[in-house]
Design a protein around this ligand. Structure first.
Ligand code: IPD
Length: 293
């Protein structure tokens, strides 16, 4: 295609920073948050205002791009092969309403349903992760100036030394919830030979930043069922460009609206496939999450 991915990237970095100013200026609260599907699926005026700003900027500079955003998505909307900007204005809305400064603006471009540009920005600590297909991914923050990911020489992946991000999601009952809770329990359990199955599990509350954590090599893996396209698009390219991989999504034929919406992200390192098998062995059943999930 004749789209200059570097230019799109630079534009999205600028958009993310402008969006970040809207977010840090807001004073959201738990009582002002609106509920979507249930009392733990939240939306704030900040999410909506930020998405509007992003849409306006994108329409001016890239009027021919399709757009898929968390706050304007309607069931039945489908990702097509056309260049599509996939946007989560605030990934980590629950953190935002509690004023826990662990959130991000997540801006991804997919072409032919493959993520090719990703920009993820936390405006509170001014941390910017970004990647371009074929060109690597990078971190800029107060301590790093455009440093390539992963940040350290990766050690071989072994489950018994792994730090794994998981998320509880907003469905807190039913079959899939049971599978998740049993899986979390399995992962944290003691191992027969002493120690434990993994070093620890973490639930930070931002899918996009979890993916960046795996790309950087801070986290060994991230597993979630129930992600939407805007949760993962930008992080996917950042992770792959850092030598990591996403498994269990419909590879090469991504249809986020109908796929199982299950994602297992694994960092760069030797034993990647063996590690995936080890981790998979602790997932406590088949998930049924789909578009209704
Ligand atoms: C959510 C967060 C959360 C994850 C959910 C996402 P939102 O995004 O990333 O960590 O568990 O799957 O939907 O709603 O805050 O944009």
């Amino acid at each position: 295609s004749d789209i200059n991915l570097q230019e799109v990237h630079d534009f999205l970095v600028d958009v993310a920073k402008q969006a970040g100013e809207v977010i840090t200026a807001a004073r959201p609260s738990t009582t002002a948050a609106g509920e979507k599907k249930n009392s733990v699926d939240l939306v704030t005026e900040t999410d909506q205002a930020t998405e509007r700003l992003i849409t306006d900027l994108v329409r001016k500079s890239y009027p021919h791009f399709e757009f898929m955003g968390e706050e304007t998505y309607k069931p039945g909307d489908k990702l097509t092969n056309s260049p599509t900007l996939i946007v989560d204005p605030v990934d980590g809305t629950t953190n935002l309403v509690h004023r826990y400064p662990y959130i991000s603006v997540s801006l991804g471009l997919a072409i032919n349903r493959k993520p090719v540009v990703g920009v993820i920005y936390n405006p509170f600590n001014k941390t910017l992760f970004s990647g371009i297909k074929g060109k690597g991914s990078f971190l800029s923050d107060p301590f790093h100036d455009h440093v390539r990911l992963p940040l350290k020489e990766p050690e071989p992946l072994t489950l018994d030394k792994a730090l794994v991000a998981v998320e509880w999601g907003s469905d807190r009952a039913g079959h899939d919830y049971d599978v998740k809770v049993k899986t979390f329990r399995n992962l944290c359990a003691s191992a027969e030979e002493g120690g434990a199955i993994v070093h620890g599990i973490r639930s930070f509350g931002s899918a996009a930043l979890n993916l960046c954590g795996v790309a950087a090599g801070h986290l060994d893996a991230y597993w979630e069922a129930g992600c939407w396209a805007w949760d993962v698009c930008a992080g996917w390219v950042i992770l792959e460009e850092a030598g990591g991989q996403i498994v269990d999504a419909n590879k090469g034929n991504w249809q986020p609206e109908v796929d199982g919406r299950r994602y297992l992200a694994v960092r760069k390192g030797e034993r990647q496939n063996a590690f995936i098998e080890e981790l998979w062995g602790h997932v406590a059943g088949d998930l049924q999450v789909g578009i209704e999930g």
